[in-house]
Design a binder for this molecule. Sequence first.
Ligand code: EPU
Length: 438
Amino acid sequence: MRPFCYKTVYAKKKTRLCRVGFYMEKLIVRPCGALRGRVGIGGSKNAALPILAATLLCEGPSLIGNLPAIRDVELALAILSGMGVAVTRVDRATYELNTNHAFPPAQPDPLTGRMRASAYLLGACLGRFGVGRVGCIGGCDFGGRPIDQHIKAFVALGATVSVEDEAICVRADHLHGAAITFDTVSVGATVNAMLAAVRAEGETVLRNVAREPHIVDLAAYLNRCGADIRGAGTATIRIRGVKTLRGCSYSVIPDMIEAGTYLLAAAATQGAVTVMGVDPTHLSPLTDVLRKMGADVDCEERRISLFATARLRGSTITTAPFPGFPTDLQPPMAALFSVSLGESRVCETIWRHRFRYVEELQKMGADIRLQGDGACIQGGQLHGAELCVPDLRAGAALLIAACAAEGESVLHSPSYIERGYEDLLLKLRALGADISAV
Ligand code: EPU
């Protein structure tokens, strides 16, 4: 197959931004009954984005496989391409990234304002060039999304951090190892500290770090490139800095949030769905709750099957860093609670304002009361409504609710969902959903 050059395609389609996907104006969802069938799960968004940033630290090409065909990956490739990285598509999910001629941006790329993971360029650029700049970091709006812990790590490693012309700038003549204890468990700060420390001189010890599977995946990629990182997946990570890293071939882990979303859609429609190509250990916080609610959940080596022959019982979830219940599945879980039997409770400990979907579910007749950092949900029957998608996972929640509701729903601004779900319409339709895009 003739490889295609990402840069050229991106330049030709500047107005559309993305090679895959398209901007949808609205989605029309009609009742479909039980969702049934098998669905293949793509690569993890939240693992792919740090790994793409990490390629900047390596000499020679990296071949990154199982990249999900989603908007955020497209943005990451476009931003890297703008920094001189030669990005070549090898096949649908595999890209070669050669960073030999990469350079630090003189001005922050405006595209960095479109996603949260742009922050990873700070750590990666520090490690590679000793200087990095990003604009106003984007991403879903959950109220404030501070980066004080990222800054704490950069400063401890010997960098200075400043805000210049609305850009965040990091600089270091010399990065050195440090002992850093994070005040709060943060995925992003853990990633950025790892990226900056991996080529720093000496040993870095990171305590109270995130333990998510995507942190383990980033460490695995960097170690394959020649880094010396131990303890990823536990609360303490030890990194011995190395002088050089060499690109390698690596395949990103499956997306546990995508898989969880389809399991929740199956549960809400009293269906039977098998998610294929997943790691069930990543999803045990979800599958434990689904079993308690009365679903029949069967985990095998690379797949999870869920059968729900009746409405499930309500339950309680409290979100927490891994291995707790993932905050990214909180909105889709609330959609399931809205059609379950009896009362359910949601306690959100990570993004206190991640409840913008509630108003939309209420338009469908959901009985939800917000209380402090949580919500109390009385299950019942939902009806179709005109809905506005406020963010990525809220969009997934509204889709699940619309599939389970009586009557037609229209979802406006659904392109948020393309940021994180690959082939969403195709996959949902294959399971029996009646859904069309305008
Ligand atoms: N926090 C701080 N200071 C910091 C960083 C974080 O106080 O410097 C706080 C946040 O306010 C929040 C908590 O720590 O209360 C956790 O934030 P974290 O840094 O872990 O979140 P993030 O790195 O910005 C990633 C995912 C999110 C996911 C969270 C939590 C990516 C690109 N984003 O965000 O994913 O919700 O971890 O697991 O990996 C999504 O995929 O829809 C999504 C929002």
